[in-house]
Design a protein around this ligand. Structure first.
Ligand SMILES: [Zn+2]
Length: 259
């Protein structure tokens, strides 16, 4: 049995290395580029990134946020994604231990982090990544969670139905598309991981956090009513909260309602 602190350290290192790969996905997939070739290079001067310059987070600090070749500023999104995935992996380990759940929900979280950053940067949720996430969910469920196949299918349908319905209502109310098809497919993909109940929590939490942040942004003057905000990150946040605390929140809600 390894010391639990060493376990968390290993989880953080593994998570940040995974984050480093997610950065490649985040920057290349929306441009239609291969995620395998060419090797990592500076987007400004094309200088190849040496192995010791490619260490998650540390290289960014060591290089003082600049390319060693041309001095171009490296986006803080890179270390943020690496640190974020490292911390999320530690959180999932604390919750699920070294288990098959860690593998399943770690895959879900990595997919969601990549899609959230892409959605914020480009307002798009590339089909390739959503379908890859769905495929991983199906394969892992068939291999490790044979008893959850029905729950997986129902979760996927729940996600598609809830977001599809929301899109339909939005279209009837505002006479324009308020929700992209990407959001509907994203919810379907997450439903495969979460099952029907947690998919429903995700939906409610996603709308709630989206509304709170949306109103806050309008209040401080950054956004206007009707301006499009990417919904993907809120769904992703809803999915993580639902996964870790959904059941507790549900019980707490009912304890308030039923006296
Ligand atoms: Zn450069």
């Amino acid at each position: 049995m390894i010391d639990y602190r060493l376990g968390y350290l290993l989880a953080f290192i593994f998570g940040s290395a995974l984050g480093s790969f997610l950065n490649v996905v985040i920057y290349r997939v929306p441009l239609g580029k291969s995620i395998v070739l060419p090797a990592s290079h500076c987007p400004n001067c094309g200088r190849a990134i040496k192995p010791y310059e490619n260490i998650p987070i540390l290289s960014y600090l060591f290089l003082r946020c600049k390319c060693a070749g041309c001095g171009a500023v490296i986006s803080p999104i890179y270390p943020a994604v690496e640190a974020g995935m490292g911390l999320l992996t530690v959180l999932l380990l604390a919750y699920f231990g070294w288990s098959r759940e860690l593998l399943l929900y770690g895959s879900m979280t990595a997919t969601l982090l990549a899609l959230s950053v892409i959605d914020i940067r480009t307002f798009r949720l590339p089909n390739k990544i959503v379908l890859t996430g769905a495929l991983i969910a199906v394969v892992l469920t068939l291999v490790f969670f044979r008893d959850r196949v029905l729950s997986m299918a129902l979760g996927g349908l729940t996600g598609l139905a809830l977001l599809g319905l929301m899109g339909l209502i939005g279209r009837l109310l505002f006479r324009k598309d308020t929700l992209g098809m990407g959001d509907v497919k994203l919810a379907g993909m997450m439903g495969l991981y979460l099952g029907p109940a947690h998919t429903a929590y995700m939906f409610v939490l996603g709308i709630f956090t989206g509304a709170v942040v949306g109103v806050a942004m309008i209040a401080v003057g950054g956004k206007k009513w009707g301006q499009r905000i990417p919904f993907g990150p809120y769904l992703a946040l809803g999915a993580i909260i639902s996964l870790l605390w959904g059941d507790s929140l549900w019980q707490w809600y009912w304890s308030l309602v039923v006296r």
